[in-house]
Design a protein around this ligand. Structure first.
Ligand SMILES: C[S@@+](CC[C@H](N)C(=O)[O-])C[C@H]1O[C@@H](n2cnc3c(N)ncnc32)[C@H](O)[C@@H]1O
Length: 284
């Protein structure tokens, strides 16, 4: 995340270590750390070769891979800037609000630090989910009071749901940095009373709160995890499911994993090569 003296991201210096147990690192150049299996991926604003070498010596780790890249190239390969949907205006923290923009003056603003977490709004799947979520909440006529956001990333979709009137949102992610980033974004947008962010690994099953019924479940994930969820009877407690994160060639396997005769396809969406389904589940 952005911490003083930084006010925006320029380049990312990435170090991939074969070790997950790191000592606390209090360095303003550190953006964040992803822990994946037995590895740690450290993201910095500056090149940190000497620091990483000393760290590796201290914890007996090795650098498996390192890279430096433009910030805009790490997720969608485009500049992250303000953008609008029908009723929302999403602005990265490093941009100043432009009150003179007549066209957007009545829009609801969401201010986001995307850090190095998926969900800036510039990947086709996030955009597709955001646009579909907004249209569904505003125009479906269905009463959506509660949302479960599985794999929340930056928290953008959860914050959007809260800003569009949903009064209870649970946002889960297995990546501790995503949880910190989403929590900071929720607080930045004054919706911590509506959105609860929690760390949870969906590969280990479903959280207890899944036993509760939500009006809408959002899953912008990946095929393997979606199939795991579809095959788990505990997943099917809710009404509407917005599913994304898959390509046309993956649809037959995903369709085959849906519970037979209990799911109705309400809508199919697409953006670039990515697909989205809006499903309605009914116990028969
Ligand atoms: C494609 S991103 C979607 C982020 C955001 N919802 C959006 O639409 O932009 C998928 C998210 O799911 C999270 N994720 C991946 N595997 C997961 C798992 N096993 N349990 C929980 N979250 C997971 C990732 O950390 C990532 O933030």
């Amino acid at each position: 995340m952005l911490k003083p003296p930084y006010t925006k991201y320029k380049r990312l210096y990435v170090y991939y270590l074969d070790h997950r147990n790191l000592p606390p690192i209090n360095d303003p150049d550190l953006i964040g750390i992803w822990i994946e299996d037995d590895t740690a991926i450290l993201f910095f604003h500056q090149a940190k070769e000497a620091f990483i070498q000393a760290l590796c010596q201290e914890i007996r780790a090795s650098v498996v891979y390192q890279a430096d890249l433009d910030y805009q190239d790490w997720e969608a390969g485009v500049k992250i800037t303000s953008f609008s949907t029908k009723t929302l205006r999403v602005r990265p923290v490093w941009e100043i609000s432009d009150a003179s923009d007549e066209q957007d003056k009545d829009k609801i603003e969401i201010v986001l630090d995307p850090s190095v977490i998926f969900g800036s709004g510039f990947h086709a799947t996030t955009w597709l989910c955001l646009e579909t979520l907004e249209l569904f909440l505003l125009e479906s006529g269905m009463q959506i009071n509660s949302v479960l956001d599985l794999g929340t990333g930056t928290g953008l979709l959860s914050i959007a749901a809260a800003k569009l009137g949903v009064n209870k949102v649970t946002a889960l992610d297995n990546n501790p940095l995503a949880v910190d980033v989403a929590q900071a974004n929720v607080e930045r947008n004054h919706c911590a009373d509506i959105v609860t962010v929690q760390q949870f690994d969906l590969m280990t099953g479903l959280p207890e709160m899944q036993e509760t019924s939500y009006d809408l479940v959002i899953t912008n994930l990946y095929k393997g995890l979606l199939i795991n969820l579809f095959n788990d009877q505990g997943f099917w407690h809710s009404g509407i499911y917005m599913v994304s994160g898959f390509l046309p060639g993956m649809e037959p396997d995903l369709l085959a994993a849906l519970p037979a005769n209990k799911v109705q396809m309400l809508h199919r969406g697409k953006s670039e090569q990515w697909r989205l389904w809006l499903l309605q589940y009914e116990e028969v």
